[in-house]
Design a protein around this ligand. Structure first.
Ligand code: PEP
Length: 253
């Protein structure tokens, strides 16, 4: 795998209060010698405390969204600079739940990604097709469109991670076949190389997300151009996420 450090990213979504920080400590203790990068994205209310709990460990922390403006009259929103100030090094952008629940368009995701980069955060930009789009054989065209619209120029292997997350696989226990995952990841790699050049295109990590568990991680990580995972439910428990990280280390080590 080129020079890409595998990445296991956990999306806690709207889960977790102070008691959940025990999981961070347990994960840090168990994964002290992990070869993969580890990122946990808790709700904004836990970010600073999680960053403190993770200090000096393998675990980095990130946000789940940010506004495209740095400051201003945007009630309830959080800026990229605020995430950074709370200890984040990264932010998930364009997750399908935000695209669906908050009507986020590719243009909004692109502007948020620019804001994340201006604040010095790595953007984990999510793309993925719905079940209807897959059944209509539109998967590749949909994801090509999302990539073209959601990614700004100035991408690098350090500031950008792309997460392929089929909407129908998120939280459902359904997982695409490894051929289906491979087809999309190969296409994403090709588009990144075409758009940003071979140096950058080969260095951006492309994660798979959607019902990844310790029991299916090995099979998924064996797929070329899968550089890790964006994990929802299974990132909430240190044991489960640890099992996924161990599988990633083994597959890509
Ligand atoms: C996600 O929400 O990014 C995700 C992949 O969720 P899950 O692992 O629970 O399917």
């Amino acid at each position: 795998m080129a020079d890409r450090t595998p990445l296991a990213a956990g999306n806690w979504k709207m889960n977790g209060t102070a008691a959940a920080l025990d999981q961070v400590k347990a994960l840090a203790d168990a994964q002290g010698s992990a070869a993969s990068d580890i990122l946990l994205c808790p709700p904004a209310t836990l970010l600073q405390r999680m960053a403190q709990a993770a200090e000096g460990t393998k675990i980095s922390v990130g946000g789940q969204d940010c506004h495209w403006n740095e400051i201003g009259a945007h009630t309830g929103d959080v800026s990229a600079a605020m995430l950074k100030d709370a200890g984040a090094t990264a932010v998930i952008l364009g997750h399908s739940e935000r695209r669906a629940d908050h009507a986020e368009t590719d243009e909004i995701v692109r502007n948020k990604t620019k804001a994340a980069w201006e604040a010095g955060l790595m953007a984990v930009v999510c793309v993925g097709e719905t079940l209807a789009e897959r059944e209509a054989a539109n998967t590749i065209a949909i994801i090509e469109g999302q990539l073209a619209g959601s990614l700004p120029e100035q991408a690098t292997g350090h500031n950008l991670v792309v997460a392929y997350e089929p909407v129908w696989a998120i939280g459902t226990g359904k997982v695409p076949t490894t051929d289906q995952i491979g087809e999309v990841h190969d296409m994403i790699r090709s588009r990144l190389i075409e758009r940003f050049g071979a140096g950058v295109g080969k260095s951006v990590r492309v994660l798979y997300g959607g019902s990844v568990k310790p029991s299916n991680a090995t099979e998924i990580f064996a797929v070329e151009n899968v550089d890790g995972a964006l994990v929802g439910g299974a990132s909430l428990k240190a044991d489960d996420f640890g099992g996924i990280i161990a599988a990633l280390d083994t597959a890509k080590g």
